[in-house]
Design a protein around this ligand. Structure first.
Ligand SMILES: *Cc1c(COP(=O)(O)O)cnc(C)c1O
Length: 453
């Protein structure tokens, strides 16, 4: 940094009173100089900018704490890591080392879990898109298959007959939990009897072994009570199955969807103040299960496919300021080297962004843009930050869930991903992409190989 202060032409800035809430202007601009002891500027110098960073310590703390919270309230709890939330193998293996099984929603995720060493019978296979081939593989592996619709049920029945085996299945149930819009596109509806109908079909046909009941009521659920309602409804189904068919259900799977500490756009307070705690979710679910009327020796396992709540705050995106400009209304605009291409979730979250170096006391409302040549590439529409200069670094928080799996190579290549281990040592867990990464699978037909300009 040079000693000479940068000159900036004075401008008249309109007051934007709408930015205040009753607590005053948000003070989210504390500098974040390091991640788990690694200076941001050293990480960027070594691995390039931008850079995804994951804290192994934070992930393990999150899983261990969630397990403790559920296991102190209910005797039979099993977590399964939701691959689509973040399926970098090193990340998955941290969860598997902590005892989590795998939860997948596609064939390639299934293959990833197998390659990571998860036993096939500990991979829960979800989602509406399972081909005959996928199902055959999952049946061979004895994986619990969560049936989404009747066509899948019939196909699976056919495969079971051909292979002369009894696949282990659950049905996905959707229901009214008081949260709208209702997610009724996945699975069988509870209220209109579809779920009970599917259960009766499975049991009467006797080709499939119904071991579980599954639901995933939505994402970023701000109501813990909704999970209590869901747990009660699934428990009620399980008890009816016992009563009418004499069959015990091995597990009730409440899916994922617990909110992370991220801040939803338009919310009044910051995320951490607005969302239910893990204990509230746990209390709501376990109370419902314990009071449902199961015999004590017949209590089902509680499976949880918690994704975002266990990893969002363990992920960061580090980047660099490219330039500043004044918009036509006088507002300050700062352009960063990452945008929607790496933070898809900025569509619905106001991600917390911190400068990565010390700064003075002056702050200003500004808009943060990404580097893409696209009008929608906005990281934050309104944020109060100290003026940042080209070359300064920033840290985007709550980046662990979905941003890596949903990142795209649109306009720029995807950066490296680093995990900081328990001793504070960084490890590359996915290399930075090169042009060759992108072109590896492209094919040039011979007649298009040359041209004259
Ligand atoms: C996406 C998904 C999850 C994980 O959801 P989070 O909101 O990340 O907790 C779990 N189960 C199913 C079936 C899913 O589709």
């Amino acid at each position: 940094m040079s000693d000479k202060k940068t000159y900036e032409r004075p401008v008249i800035v309109p007051l934007n009173t709408g930015l205040m809430n009753k607590f005053g202007t948000r003070t989210e601009y504390q500098p974040v100089i390091d991640i788990d002891g690694n200076p941001v500027k050293d990480l960027l110098a070594k691995y390039g900018s931008p850079l995804f960073v994951l804290s192994e310590r934070k992930i393990r703390e999150n899983v261990q704490s969630a397990k403790r919270i559920f296991e102190t309230r209910y005797p039979k709890v099993q977590f399964a890591w939701s691959y689509k939330t973040n399926y970098i193998n090193a990340v998955c293996n941290v969860f598997h080392q902590e005892g989590a099984w795998g939860e997948v929603v596609s064939r390639f995720e299934y293959d990833k879990a197998i390659k990571n060493g998860v036993p096939a019978d500990k991979i829960l296979f979800n989602g509406p898109d399972k081909s005959r081939e996928d199902l055959e593989l999952a049946v061979k592996g004895n994986s619990p298959i969560h049936i989404d619709h009747l066509d899948e049920l019939y196909l699976l029945t056919e495969i079971a007959t051909e292979q002369n085996v009894k696949p282990r299945v659950a049905i996905r149930v959707n229901m009214d939990t008081g949260i709208y819009p209702m997610w009724d596109r996945f699975g069988f509806n509870y209220e209109n009897g579809q779920a009970w109908n599917a259960i009766n079909k499975i049991i009467a046909t006797d080709k499939l072994n119904l071991i579980g009941l599954h639901c995933h009521i939505g994402t970023f659920m701000l109501s813990a009570e909704a999970y209590g309602v869901a747990a009660s409804k699934l428990a009620e189904l399980a008890i009816s199955i016992k009563k009418h068919h004499g069959k015990s259900i091995t597990y009730i799977d409440l899916g994922g969807g617990f909110a992370s500490t991220n801040t939803l756009k338009g919310s009044y307070g910051i995320g951490a103040d607005a969302i239910p705690s893990m204990s509230q979710y746990a209390e709501s679910i376990t109370t419902a299960l314990l009071n449902a009327g199961f015999d004590n020796d017949d209590l089902p396992w509680l499976y949880l496919e918690t994704g975002r709540a266990l990893i969002d705050d363990a992920g960061f995106l580090l980047g660099t300021v490219l330039s500043n400009k004044r918009l036509s209304d006088g507002r300050r605009a700062t352009i960063l080297d990452f945008g929607l291409n790496l933070m898809f979730t900025s569509f619905w979250y106001d991600h917390k962004i911190s400068p990565a170096q010390p700064f003075g006391s002056h702050t200003e409302d500004c808009v943060l843009y990404g580097p893409l040549c696209m009008n929608i590439d906005i990281v934050r529409q309104h944020i109060t930050l100290p003026p940042l200069n080209p070359g300064d670094h920033v840290v985007a928080h709550h980046m662990g869930a979905y941003n890596i799996t949903q990142s795209m190579q649109f306009i720029s290549l995807r950066p490296a991903i680093v995990m900081i281990d328990m001793d504070g040592k960084p490890h590359i867990i996915r290399k930075k992409e090169m042009l060759s990464t992108l072109e590896k699978d492209e094919v040039m037909p011979e007649y298009l190989d040359t041209f004259n300009l």
